[in-house]
Design a protein around this ligand. Structure first.
Ligand code: URA
Length: 433
């Protein structure tokens, strides 16, 4: 480090490690110097660990988030004639809600600039799902994004490298230093990207339950409150819903399988929980931007599906193309009659990942066709031999690995004697604004 620098990273790390507060100037310097490579990864890793244990005070967190936003460009959608509103989910198993939600809200008159990511670990990524559509491309220039938003009203694409670059570097570090699950670090990471994205309003879907990375509901509520405060401080109308992720959403887990299920929803069908959560989130998004429109009507009239087709076409995809199908499909069945008391999101997410639907490292390819159809939900009464899960894979070794995870008694899907009580989280647990 050059002696012309106003601070030494080691002093700031020590201050945070010992429970001190960083000043605005120290935070601004640290994030800018890290983005430029003056503060090294090992120093930022130590700072992330110090924050993991010591936290950030309210005003420190606001400044940290602002410094992350200032590390890159801030998008400007003021030229659009429609109000902008976006949704962010903290991620879960079978969470394909973005796919039907964006065209529904666009069909109701808002502009939805959805910058999405890829999946890592047991949760899927929206871009991976859409890439199972032949021809569809995730990377757009800012100019292309604006043109699609103005014309169609919705766009789902990859965030450009200019958006919150400090977060890009820091998130990669956190992933390998056991510092992902820190509320201030998660909140500043998510909100810096969403605020830099330039949306005027934002609905957050904070997941809780075994398949969420905030499995504990109290922590999920705390994360939701922290993010709502950060958004509102920056002038973004922000509301958070804390929702269930103890059970996979819908029946499909895996890229092409989830696209197919999203199309069913847009055509007026689809699993009840996916339809319900999509409509709830759509209503909150429209409410935040003052649009009085009926999202259910947008589905029934075919306008939402028409917007989906236009969105896919605008990004090079063929909405009429056949989606990839896995060559191997195996069914796991109930060994005895009874009631389903558990379909565990984490175990099913891990098994889908082993089948090839997800990646272990960020550069790994994913299989478009691999995944799991979860045929039952807790509370369903089943007969012996009735299907519980259908596993899709391209490779027999992966099929065997997934089976091993799913066959663990008492883990993924549990069928208990008839009459056994079961419990699951309500779909919407809390609303914070
Ligand atoms: N998603 C993000 O973008 N950042 C986090 O820290 C966690 C999830």
């Amino acid at each position: 480090m050059s002696s012309a620098e106003p601070y030494a990273a080691v002093d700031l790390i020590r201050a945070k490690r010992d429970g001190g507060k960083l000043t605005d100037a120290q935070i601004d310097w640290l994030i800018a110097a890290y983005t430029r490579g003056l503060v090294h990864d090992e120093q930022m890793s130590a700072m992330a660990m110090a924050i993991y244990f010591r936290g950030l005070a309210g005003d420190e967190l606001v400044r940290w988030t602002q410094a992350m936003i200032a590390s890159g460009e801030r998008m400007d959608f003021s030229a659009l004639t429609r109000p902008t509103v976006d949704k962010h989910s903290t991620g879960g198993v079978g969470d394909k809600i973005t796919l039907p939600l964006v065209p529904i809200v666009a069909a109701c008159g808002a502009a939805v600039p959805q910058l999405s990511g890829r999946g890592l670990g047991h949760t899927g990524g929206t871009l991976d799902k859409l890439e199972s559509i032949p021809g569809w491309r995730a990377h757009l220039s800012n100019h292309e994004m604006l043109a699609i938003l103005q014309d169609v009203g919705g766009v789902i694409c990859a965030a450009g490298s200019g958006l919150a670059p400090a977060d890009r570097k820091l998130y990669a570090l956190r992933d390998v230093t056991a510092t992902v699950d820190s509320i201030p670090l998660i909140a500043s990471s998510i909100m810096s990207k969403k605020i830099a994205e330039g949306t005027s309003a934002l609905v957050l879907d904070v997941k809780t339950g075994s398949g969420a990375f905030m499995s504990d509901t109290a922590n999920a509520v705390e994360l939701a409150r922290t993010m709502v405060r950060l958004g509102q401080d920056e002038g973004v109308r922000t509301r958070a819903l804390v929702t269930a992720m103890d059970v996979p959403l819908g029946a499909a887990v895996g890229n092409a399988l989830e696209v197919a299920e999203s199309i069913e929803v847009l055509q007026g069908g689809g699993p009840a929980d996916v339809v319900e959560l999509t409509l709830i989130l759509a209503r909150h998004m429209l409410d935040l931007v003052g649009i009085e429109a009926d999202p259910e009507g947008a589905i029934a009239s075919g306008r939402a599906f028409d917007h989906w087709r236009r969105m896919i076409r605008a990004q090079g995809g063929d909405p009429d193309a056949t989606l990839p199908r896995a060559p191997l499909v195996e069914t796991m069945t109930a060994t005895a009659a009874g009631v389903v008391t558990r379909t565990d999101a984490l175990a099913i997410g891990r098994a889908a990942w082993r089948l090839g639907a997800g990646r272990a490292t960020k550069d790994e390819a994913v299989s478009a066709s691999a995944g799991i159809e979860v045929v039952v939900k807790p509370g369903d009464v089943v007969a012996a031999g009735q299907p519980l899960l259908r596993l899709h894979a391209e490779d027999p070794m992966r099929m065997a690995a997934a089976r091993a995870i799913l066959s663990d008694p008492g883990d993924a899907v549990v069928v208990s004697p008839p009459g056994t009580a079961y419990s699951r989280l309500p779909l919407v647990i809390d609303i914070i604004d």
